[in-house]
Design a protein around this ligand. Structure first.
Ligand SMILES: Nc1ncnc2c1ncn2[C@@H]1O[C@H](COP(=O)(O)OP(=O)(O)OP(=O)(O)O)[C@@H](O)[C@H]1O
Length: 272
């Protein structure tokens, strides 16, 4: 439920498992997890380093195979059995990653990064002026000025600007689901708040589901409708953010919260 509305599941998993390697070298990175992510929901997956968050994200994106278990996309078994079906799936699910520098082809100018999105969504034949209007609109959604960026290369932008450009791409592509893997971990606190606000605004505008991967339970508390707490490849606790974070039951969740002691108390800046 969100704002009193019943939400439809858009990505669900049952017994989803990933095992790397064999025998003594075997690692169970994700261990029989169940989940239901709904339309328009902001859901966080929280866990420490090595808990399996990135492996799960890669399975959700269809970048690595699932060892065991089922994933449903929009109420039907997900089918990514060939390249064409994968491409179709990726129209519905997109990602932004923690390192904006690694996300771009540094030799491609900003306007062609955005133009690619317009082509990907099937609008290749639009008139040039209409394409420019769409790119300008996407840039202004993330407070970037298209006219000032057109001839620039990604390496000429700051880390925060690059992340905003990633969100402008998402604004153009309008996927059903956005997987955001630690997208704010490499930028300063001020840009972090801006990026999170933009993600929330985008969720509200196009009813997109956001799956936010983070080790920061404090951040998850502020932005999420629901949270899943991940330890050693398993979900140890899940539910509405308020309930899980203010009234945790799992020892692991309690420990994560104790590392952020002032999670819901007002901060006293005079003592800092
Ligand atoms: N390609 C791989 N081959 C073998 N083991 C792997 C591989 N990828 C991940 N693992 C192992 O799977 C476990 C989970 O790793 P994963 O990267 O999913 O964790 P994480 O929660 O995303 O950590 P971080 O926050 O540090 O990115 C770890 O023990 C890791 O060493």
């Amino acid at each position: 439920m969100r704002d009193g509305k019943e939400l439809k599941p858009c990505l669900s998993g049952r017994g989803v498992t990933k095992v790397f390697g064999f025998g003594d070298a075997k690692t169970v990175a994700v261990d029989h997890v169940d989940f239901d992510f709904h339309e328009g929901e902001f859901v966080s997956i929280v866990g420490e380093s090595g808990s399996g968050k990135t492996t799960l994200s890669k399975m959700l994106l269809g970048l690595i195979s699932v060892t065991e278990g089922e994933i449903d996309f929009q109420g039907k078994p997900r089918d990514i059995s060939n390249g064409k079906k994968k491409k179709e799936y990726w129209k519905g699910i997109q990602a932004i990653f923690q390192d904006p520098f690694a996300s771009y082809n540094m030799f491609k100018r900003v306007d062609s990064v955005l133009l690619d999105c317009i082509n990907m969504r099937g609008d290749k034949n639009l008139p040039k002026e209409e394409k420019e209007r769409l790119m300008t609109e996407a840039c202004s959604f993330v407070n970037l000025k298209y006219a000032e960026l057109t001839n620039k290369y990604p390496f000429e932008l700051s880390g925060g600007q690059m992340q905003r450009l990633m969100i402008a791409r998402i604004f153009l592509l309008k996927p059903k689901i956005l997987l955001a893997d630690e997208p704010t971990s490499m930028i300063d606190a001020c840009s972090r708040a801006t990026i999170l606000d933009m993600l929330l605004k985008l969720r509200d505008e196009i009813n997109m589901t956001i799956i936010f991967i983070t080790h920061d339970i404090g951040l998850a508390y502020y932005v999420s409708d629901n949270v899943y707490i991940m330890e050693h490849g398993k979900f140890v606790e899940s539910g509405p953010a308020e309930e899980v974070i203010l009234h945790p039951t799992a020892a692991y969740t309690k420990r994560l919260i104790s590392d952020v002691p002032k999670i819901y108390e007002p901060w006293d800046l005079t003592t800092v």
